[in-house]
Design a protein around this ligand. Structure first.
Ligand SMILES: [Zn+2]
Length: 329
């Protein structure tokens, strides 16, 4: 998220998962690095307790978490453990606002189920705005992953490249479900310990990638180590099958033996489902595909517009939206 995304509410400037030098407070929706740029020296942060713990381990910085202003609260986002949406009830603006951050409608076994509340104005993530990208039921995808590991483990080891936080823990959970304690690298192990401190029972073996003998049926390493691991394995004459499990498997070809489209985001159909439950009067889309998302939401009869990141007069935009003014066309 390179662009600045911020809201003016009750005299606050609230940075939303963004590096905004003028923000009074910074909302960090979850502990993925592309959403953690609000974390900097002396910055006041609002986030969930779990995100604070995960982000501190990942960023190796102390986070100055402050209390939530009275007009704000958080809703589960479903995307990964600790992920939250920001709900703002603004008397000043005369409307309620939800900023979704990354969100997942389908259920993941390693995150809290999403909460959707009625809202006037929705600031909606646009990662997958395309009608032709449709995610399968997660259970089906998970079953495919289980079968693949079981089949390949008879002759070798399956090595997954995954985000250290979120996807790696879900893959550990999938492996545990078929009786395997996967080998993970140190980064993933530290994050998983926080999951376990919050009630999960994820079972894994930790190994330094350099000393790994590929003896386990499954390994999970950071995405950036996957090529290195592949080379290590072939140097040692081991049968290794590389894999990724990400929604981008629908749009990109990865240099792995197999790719599974296990996404922690909503597809367009699921975004529309969110909208029908939240019933917003107006939707602002943000992110790389914001323009496409706004266009597709309009085609489905919704009032939607790409969030104008260059405008600092966000409050004015929202007031106009709420009063069904000329911005609504
Ligand atoms: Zn994320």
């Amino acid at each position: 998220m390179g662009d600045i995304l911020a809201l003016h509410v009750h005299g606050y400037r609230v940075g939303l998962d963004t590096k905004d030098p003028d923000a009074n407070i910074n909302f960090v929706s979850h502990a993925h690095t592309d959403h953690m740029s609000g974390i900097r020296k002396n910055a006041d942060i609002i986030c969930s307790q779990i995100t604070k713990e995960l982000a501190e381990v990942r960023s190796k910085r102390k986070i100055n978490a402050v209390g939530m202003p009275e007009c704000m609260s958080m809703l589960n986002a479903g995307h990964m453990l600790g992920a939250r949406q920001l709900y703002i009830e603004s008397e000043g603006l005369g409307c309620s606002i939800v900023y979704t951050g990354d969100y997942l409608i389908q259920r993941s076994s390693t995150s809290e189920p999403i909460e959707i509340r009625n809202v006037d104005v929705l600031l909606m993530d646009s990662t997958y705005p395309f009608a032709n990208i449709v995610f399968d039921d997660r259970e089906e995808t998970i079953t495919s992953i289980e079968r693949y590991i079981q089949y390949k483990s008879k002759i070798g080891c399956v090595v997954f490249g995954a985000y250290s936080a979120g996807k790696a823990q879900e893959l550990i959970s999938i492996c545990n479900g078929i009786g395997i304690d996967p080998v993970v690298d140190g980064k993933i192990a530290r994050v998983t310990e926080i999951y376990n401190a919050h009630g999960y029972r994820l079972s894994f073996q930790e190994s330094d990638a350099n000393s790994s003998d590929f003896g386990s049926s499954a390994m999970i390493v950071s995405l950036s180590s996957l090529d290195y691991m592949k080379a290590q394995a072939s140097n040692r004459g081991k049968q290794v099958f590389t894999a990724v499990a990400t929604g981008f498997a629908k749009t990109m070809r990865f240099n792995t033996d197999i790719q599974f489209a296990l996404s922690d985001h909503a597809d367009l159909e699921q975004a529309l489902d969110y909208i029908s439950q939240a019933a917003p009067k107006f939707i602002y889309t943000y992110g790389q595909n914001a323009a496409t998302m706004a266009k597709n939401l309009k085609a489905h009869g919704h009032r939607a517009q790409e969030f104008d990141v260059r405008s600092s007069a966000v409050g004015t935009h929202l007031m106009l939206a709420n009063n069904a003014g000329p911005l609504l066309e």
